[in-house]
Ligand binder design. Structure first.
Ligand SMILES: Nc1ncnc2c1ncn2[C@@H]1O[C@H](COP(=O)(O)OP(=O)(O)OP(=O)(O)O)[C@@H](O)[C@H]1O
Ligand SMILES: [Mg+2]
Length: 259
């Protein structure tokens, strides 16, 4: 294996519950990959153990050639692996550009944003910070919303802001937990385009947890299927569409019939 992200024998137990069991997969640089499975399959737990929010019970996670198993989230983010959350997390009372600025400044210094507010960081000039904010706002196409208060944004834009905050850490790879949840049809199309742009124009590698099968099947080149914490299949969308175990355990379920 020589992927950008390599997960080997990963397990996470909560007391007697094995939420993730012996999970191994590898994601190549520049891939858009998916991690799918029914509710409670262990997808978010897998993300949390990969991204440092939880310590794995067993197994190893390597990112860009470095063993990041059990490291702190801040150290993992510094390696270039960032995540966005199933629910959005922003400073609701602050503007879009301020939220991005906080994320940028905490990256630069690893310090509380309040400490750095309005100050020269010593590492990056205010003009450079401003240029980086502009660049990120352009990537997510939120130029018309830069002064809007985050908490008042329509839901779809709050989710885009969450992606912008992830981008502010200058990642090589983004782990995204249900970016399409709650989005309407047009917002889903826009998300699909954004994911492709992030890969094609920013060179990002993306691992997506997502229940929206149409998006997963359209945008992911490689998909890992989890059921009850176990990987039951892995392959391209075309391979998985005809995989009996996947059809039975997952895609055959009525709510995914539109896949
Ligand atoms: N902190 C925790 N303590 C105890 N059990 C947990 C904890 N977090 C998750 N679990 C359990 O682990 C299992 C996997 O949960 P997880 O949230 O990872 O699933 P998921 O695949 O992300 O589901 P969903 O699609 O609903 O988001 C579930 O049985 C859940 O109840
Ligand atoms: Mg989840």
């Amino acid at each position: 294996m020589s992927g950008l992200l390599e997960v080997k024998g990963l397990a996470k137990h909560f007391g007697g519950l094995a939420a993730v069991k012996d999970l191994s997969f590898s994601i190549g640089k520049g891939q858009i990959a998916g991690l799918i499975g029914p509710n409670g399959a262990g997808k978010t737990t897998a993300f949390n153990t990969i991204s440092g929010a939880l310590t794995p019970t067993r197994g190893q996670v390597r990112f860009n050639g470095t063993d990041i198993t059990g490291q702190r989230t801040s150290a993992i983010v510094a390696c270039g692996l960032a995540r966005t959350f199933q629910s959005t997390t922003t400073f609701a009372e602050e503007s879009v550009e301020r939220n991005i600025e906080y994320a940028l400044l905490s990256r630069i210094r690893g310090a509380a944003p309040q400490v750095l507010m309005g100050r020269k960081t010593g590492l990056v000039s205010p003009a450079e910070v401003r240029a980086e904010i502009d660049r990120i706002i352009a990537i997510v196409d939120m130029q018309n919303w830069r002064h809007a208060i985050a908490g008042t944004l329509p839901y779809g834009l709050q989710k885009k802001l969450g992606i912008a905050i992830g981008l502010a850490t200058q990642p090589l790879m983004l782990l995204m937990d249900e970016p399409a949840a709650g989005l309407n049809h047009e917002e889903c199309n826009e998300l699909t385009r954004l994911l492709r742009r992030l890969r094609d124009e920013q060179g990002l590698t993306i691992l997506l947890v997502e229940h929206h099968m149409a998006i997963v099947m359209e945008v992911c080149e490689r998909i890992v299927v989890l059921v009850h914490g176990e990987k039951i299949a892995e392959g391209s969308p075309d391979e998985l569409r005809v995989n009996p175990a996947v059809i039975e355990a997952y895609l055959g379920a009525p709510e995914y019939a539109h896949a």
